[in-house]
Design a binder for this molecule. Structure first.
Ligand code: HEM
Length: 210
């Protein structure tokens, strides 16, 4: 027996689709910018076009990010992102052990999805790092590059613009790694495609015993 739990409200699903689309545009145009002067290619965009689309996608992503933060403050979705000190490291370890061993032995997930626990401890920690540390740093450094006049001139003798650029590229790299790992972990639901269906329909199918 299974029951359906409504876990992904409409606004999160719309935020997620828009965020994903902007993310893909930002990755393609961001990489394209490194190949200055090249003409458009199947996977590359010419420099001028890449800069324009990168800026447009970034602005849409920032507005969408503000909606994400505000939505998590206003609605109960924010509670799923609250980290708890109690058993923090041991819970991470239990989940890590499941992903690296238990899962392959067909053990039951140690932290099944319920109405009060949408994310397992490792997933929650990674989402918090991605959404509340890496993405804000990516956005702030991106704004610094877009408006170089407001960027610090020098820090410890190094150009502020170079440091801002370094931070931007480092965060973009980390979030791109997150993106790939995220898609992989989203195949680890009860069936390989079940979690993808959930972020579209909003409903999680839970075992009754949970
Ligand atoms: C093709 C691209 C993507 C796919 C297929 C995808 C898939 C999914 C799926 C299936 C879920 C629901 C399962 C879960 O709760 O973890 C989910 C949730 C989530 N995804 Fe993605 N995702 C994509 C891109 C992204 C990107 C680019 C980000 C952020 C940089 C992101 C951040 C999140 C977050 C924060 C949640 C939880 C939302 C909430 O319920 O509060 N995703 N994603």
């Amino acid at each position: 027996m299974s029951k359906k739990i409504y876990l992904y409200p409409g606004w999160i699903r719309i935020w997620h689709i828009l965020n994903t689309l902007m993310f893909i545009i930002l990755i393609v145009t961001g990489i394209s910018m490194q190949y200055t002067g090249r003409k458009d290619h199947l996977l590359m965009v010419g420099f001028v076009r890449a800069v324009r689309w990168h800026n447009i996608a970034a602005i849409i992503l920032i507005i969408n990010y503000i909606i994400f933060v505000a939505g998590n403050i206003i609605t109960k979705n924010g509670k799923y992102y609250r980290l708890k000190k109690q058993n923090f490291w041991s819970d991470l370890w239990i989940q890590m052990r499941y992903y690296t061993s238990g899962m392959f032995k067909k053990e039951k997930p140690p932290f099944p999805v319920t109405e009060v626990r949408k994310f397992n401890p490792l997933q929650k920690f990674i989402y918090v790092l991605a959404m509340y540390v890496a993405l804000p740093l990516l956005i702030i450094s991106g704004i610094g590059l877009l408006l170089p006049d407001i960027t610090i001139n020098k820090l410890f003798g190094v150009s502020g613009l170079v440091l801002t650029d370094f931070l931007h590229i480092a965060m973009a790299f980390l979030l791109s790694v997150f993106f790939i790992v995220h898609i992989y972990t989203c195949t680890l639901g009860s069936k390989p495609l079940s979690l993808f269906g959930e972020i579209i329909s909003g409903y999680h199918e839970a075992e009754e015993e949970e």
